[in-house]
Design a binder for this molecule. Sequence first.
Ligand SMILES: [Fe+2]
Length: 427
Amino acid sequence: MDDTEFIDFQVFGPTPVGWDPATLPNEVVDEDGTPLRVKGFGEPDPRVPARRVPDDPGVVALREHLKANNGIRGLEICAPDEVERAARIYRRDGFVVVRDALDEEHLALFREGCARRLREILSHPGRDGRKYMAETGRLPHRYCYGTTSASRQMMHDPAWTAMIDLPTTTPILTEIFGTDDYLVWGGGGDLSLPGAIEYQHLHTDGVDAQPKGAAAEARLRHFRRQGMGIDSDKPFDELDFRTQRLVMDRTPTGVTINFTMTDLTWENGPIREIPGTQTATQPPPVPAEEPEWMRLSTLVGAPAGSAIFRDVRTWHGATPNLSREVRALPSIEYSAGSRNGSGFQRTMPHEMWQTLSPHAQRICRFIKQAPGIWPYGAGAMHPLTSGRRAAYQADAGDRGEVASVYTDPRSAGTAIRLFNRDHDSGY
Ligand SMILES: [Fe+2]
C-alpha cells in the first residue's frame, strides 16, 4: 500500500485508491495470499475487460454501455414513513430501497467507520508489485467488512452498532417480521474499490430449510400476523402446496439492511438484485449464462444514506465499479425470532451491548459476549483467511476453534469461509 493514497481517505468522493493494473482480471488469492487462476476457485467473470485501467478499450466500452443502460427502470424508492408500502414492495420483489434512513450524523459516523476499517484491510501489501492484498476467494478490489473481520462480524465497532435500532428502519423491520421480537445475527457489508471491473456472480446469502414441527408453526404464525386470511386453525402440514409455498415466501428467516455511503450510480458498482427471486428454489444462472438484463438490474438512483432491505434469499451480486470512488455498503443482518439464537456467535462486547437502546439490547441478546470477555478475533481485520485464523486463535486459545470451509461458489459470496466456533457459547 502506498501511504500517500490514504491521506484524507474517505469512502465517498474521488480517491486515488484502486485501479491497480498489476492485479490481473479474475485473479483470486488462496488462504495465504498466493494468486491463483484455477477453475473452480471463485467464479470468474467471462466478459471482463482485458486490463484494469480506466482507458482500456473494454473498460471504455463497458462504461458507455452502463451509462446508457444500467439500472432497474422505474425503481421505487420509499420514504422512511412509508412503512406499509416499503413492506409491500419488499414482499413482492425480495428487496426495497428506503431513502433518508441515515441522518447526517449517522451517515458521517458510518462513513468514518468504513474508511477506518477499509484502511486496515488495505494495509496488507500485495505480492509482486500489486497494490493491495486481495481477500481470499473474492474477486479483485472487492472486500467484505464481515468476512475480513477475524470475529466474522463488525459488532464490536460503534459505527456499526449505532445502526442496529434506528427510528427509520425499526418500524419497517417490525412490519416485515410482523413483530418487534426479531434478532440481530451480525453486521458487515460488501465494498468495491474503483477498478473492480468484474461482475460478481449472482448468488443468495441464504436458502430455506424445510420447516418442520415448531419451526413450521412459527413461520405460519409469522404469516398470519401479516393479516393473510387463510384457514386459521390448520397446522402447516395440512395446508395445500400453494399456501405452504406462500407461507415460506412471505416469511424470510433473514433480512439484511445495506446502507449506502454514496449515491449508487451507473458507474460506481451498484448492487444488482433480481426481483421476485426470493421465492426461487432453483439456483441463479452461472456468469456465462447470465442474461444482460440481469446484469443491468441494479439499484442505480438509491441516494447516499439509504437503507436497502434485502431478503437474504434474493439473487444478487456486485457489479463493476468503473468510477473513482469507493462503493461501500455496510450492513446489519437480522433474523426471525424463531431462530432463537441457534448458531449465533458472540461477537459483541458486553460493555458495548450495555450502551444500546432497550430494543437493540433485546434483539442482540444472542450475540453478546459475557462481561469482561472480549469477543474472540474482534478488532483484527485481515484479507487472508490465514491471518484471520491466527488472530481468532490468539484470542480464543482452547476456548474456540476455526474451521475453513469451501462453500459452493454459486450459493455463497466467496469460495473459502472461516467458521469460528466458541466452545463456551453453545455453538
Ligand atoms: Fe451476497
